[in-house]
Design a protein around this ligand. Structure first.
Ligand code: SF4
Length: 391
């Protein structure tokens, strides 16, 4: 979080502060620093996140003098959309260019009763999970809170454009819009895109505050999910600063297997991670969900013995289990388990008393399937990047 003063002084050239990523506390601090009343923070927050405004001149209930003052020292700046792709199943993928030239992807997945936005928290990822295409890119940098919340801000604006394309006159950002029978509103946000959210905790927490704030997006904590590979100490801190649903990318029933596919396990073994999850939920999963993510890799973690072992491991954890058919990518070295094997795995967990789902693959015709979002982007230097999102 940079203050107004530091932003202006450190740049030495009146660099404007970007208010897009400021949560309410940060926004109030900003207005206090420029000697304005704190209720202005709520007004501006609503304009940015509920009305999707990026121009102070449009903030009609803010005095003209203040609008002018704001336009001189601040801005509302989101990444630029460089590609939008729509799949036949309604999935939409946006490719966005960040300052400095990196790109990230954000994906909207509409279903009958909900719309889920999958967003990224880092450019690339340092954790090097063996089955993950993002890992092959290595780590580039953390996203700022503005870049994280911008993915939601942009998606709302774009979906509104789609809705007006379909002759829907609604200008309300949270409006339920249907096009071709598919609901277009965003009801759920998952931080399951590129990167490990808990290794960018400050910025993720500030963006999540905005997702939950009734002055911004007002999503319930049940409908915002942070996905982690298991950064145990950060999980404990997350519990103190933020209160949302959690998805643990477990992918193995024991340390021996997990060490080989999730290298972070060597630092934070399963027992430590599950203990941190227990601490995070503190016995309360009524208002938020705990999901165990388990990618199905043929011959690696998909045997009946593995399923039984998983059932024992998760005993007394109030969780649901999501089985994810692996989506192969070039040189991954892994294959997806057979559907018959996945169903058998599911049955064993189901009989052991776990709510177990098999994740459907979405957006295949635009490479938007979770874990495999590989968009080929040609940058100005004509090099070909592979931009992928997974977790
Ligand atoms: S699965 Fe998630 S944590 Fe692991 S390398 Fe990929 S993005 Fe990073």
């Amino acid at each position: 979080m940079d203050s107004v003063e530091t932003s202006i002084n450190s740049a030495g050239n009146n660099k404007k502060v970007n208010l897009l990523g400021y949560d309410l506390a940060h926004m109030k601090e900003f207005f206090s620093e420029i000697d304005e009343k704190s209720f202005r923070a709520v007004q501006v927050l609503k304009w940015i996140h509920q009305s999707g405004v990026d121009d102070f001149a449009q903030m009609s209930n803010v005095s003209q003098d203040l609008r002018l003052k704001l336009s001189k020292i601040a801005e509302i700046k989101a990444p630029e959309i460089i590609m939008e792709q729509k799949a036949s199943d309604g999935t939409i993928k946006w490719l966005m260019r960040l300052d400095g030239g990196n790109s990230i992807e954000t994906v909207f997945i509409p279903e009958d009763n909900r719309g889920t936005l999958c967003i990224s928290s880092q450019v690339g990822c340092a954790l090097d999970c063996g089955f993950c295409s993002t890992a092959k890119q290595g780590f580039n940098r953390n996203l700022t809170s503005a870049e994280i919340i911008a993915q939601l801000w942009i998606a709302y604006r774009q979906l509104r454009i789609i809705s007006s394309d379909s002759n829907d006159e609604s200008k309300t950002i949270n409006a339920l819009v249907k096009k071709n029978g598919v609901k277009r509103d965003i009801t759920n946000v998952v931080l399951m895109g590129m990167g490990e959210p808990l290794l960018n905790l400050d910025n993720v927490v500030e963006a999540v505050h905005l997702m939950l704030d009734d002055h911004a997006y007002g999503l319930s904590k049940r409908r915002v999910t942070i996905s982690t590979a298991g950064v145990a100490p950060a999980l404990k801190r997350l519990g103190e600063e933020c209160d949302v649903s959690l998805a643990l990318s477990l992918h193995a029933p024991n340390d021996k297997i997990r060490d080989t596919i999730v290298p972070l396990n060597k630092k934070y073994p399963i027992s430590e991670v599950l203990e941190a999850c227990r601490f995070y939920f503190n016995g309360n999963t009524k208002k938020k969900q705990f999901i165990i993510e388990y990618v199905m890799l043929a011959g690696i973690n998909d045997s009946e013995k593995n399923a039984r072992e998983l059932a024992v491991l998760l005993k007394k954890m109030p969780c649901k289990i999501n089985l994810i058919p692996f989506n192969p990518f070039p040189n991954s070295g892994y294959e997806c388990s057979k559907m018959q094997t996945i169903n058998r795995f599911k049955d064993i967990l189901h009989k052991a008393g776990y709510v177990t789902m098999i994740r459907k693959t979405r957006g295949e015709d635009i490479d938007a399937a979770c874990g495999q979002l590989a968009g080929k982007v040609i940058d100005k230097s004509r090099r070909v990047h592979s931009v992928s999102v997974t977790h």
